[in-house]
Design a protein around this ligand. Sequence first.
Ligand code: UDX
Length: 433
Amino acid sequence: MKITVIGLGYLGATHAVAMAKLGHEVIGIEPDDAKRESLAKGELPFYEPGLDKALVEVIKQGNIDFKRSHDEGSKAAELHFICVGTPQKIGSNEADTKYLFSAIEGLAPQLSEDSVVVGKSTVPVGTAADLTAYLANLTGFEPKLAWNPEFLREGTALEDSLNPDRIVIGTEDDFAEQKIREVYKPITDQYNTPILITDIPTSELVKAAANSFLATKISFINAMAEIAEVSGADTVKLAEAIGMDERIGKQFLRNGIGFGGGCLPKDIRGLIARAEQLGVGQAVGFLTEVDEINLRRRSRVTELAVNELDDPKGKKIAVLGAAFKPDSDDLRDSPALSIALELANKEAQVFIHDPEAYEQLSKNQPTLHAREDISEVLKDAELVILGTEWKQYKALDPAKLSVKNKTMIDGRNVLNREAWEKAGWKLISLGRG
Ligand code: UDX
């Protein structure tokens, strides 16, 4: 099928490559020259395992083309996926939907009555209705607009797109439903993926609800960690024990410095803001607490660091990891980066390492000392903080590390206490008595 993918950020680039890999003819629309030109050359503007190779492959196959704006090619497309960002508004919890409306403006002249517009971006419930009205006004006919939320995770984005747990399609239009089923047919045929057809508001809410639920699970276990820290309990064992109950499940119960990234934090805040606008803010009042528990974990690490060093001023601290999670170079709302910045703010000499985010750190974080070589970060450090559980940090041999003071705060509970203590380290864990 001929399709367009509008907005080639994290979500859009992955979706465009995935659709091209399925054999569709994809036109990717991205006004940002640097981003688009990089993609057209087969270079991903961000780190995502496996997606880089797949991009080169689909370019070679001729299944994908990149354009600054729409042209005749878009007119021939049957489906138009809108994948633009909906970032948190500055100074507010609300999601900013302005890029959706500008995407719709650009798209309107290309549409005919049979074109199907499919929103994939995460939006406040009710946005699709506003977009439909806006689009109808621009085109002069009733547009076929559906919502099809995306659940991919960074680090496994391509895999998640090609083999999702479920496909949710919000539409009341049979033609739109059939077209969307057709585009995903290679996936549903291969994996028997369940398709859930819903009304549009449900499909918009599904994504915010799923991410809020995941964030709540993480904050729940981090709240237990606060109790464990003053009562001598072990949160890792606790999570194992409650996770064995199938009704609870063991995933997303890893305590530590909490969640970050471009989705979970912004999506819970967006849901709070939208519920308040709809007059039911109380229904998600607990999400404010979820957010606060999460942010308290970062302050807890700063507090532990200050306790260890007395006054951090002028002392060298090594931070291992800056990305919000491993296998990603995404620094948005990253707990590890936020702790590093907080300590730099207290005038510590913060040296930081990340396997993939070095360039961004050295370019954008002047108060931190980013180094490509981990031994330079560790050398003479009076305290080490593990902020992101990259596999190379988990594999470090504690006996071979050269630091000034063998104290480690394990922000992700991934280091083997026995081995580290045996090598003479003081290992401080979160939520473990
Ligand atoms: C999330 C959703 O999982 C995905 O479905 C949605 O499409 C986008 O948002 P992502 O932001 O890539 O994906 O990361 P995720 O794997 O969910 O992790 C989010 C954060 O939670 C990370 O900072 C991670 O370190 C943290 N986390 C995760 C925990 O602290 N504990 C856990 O048990 C799990």
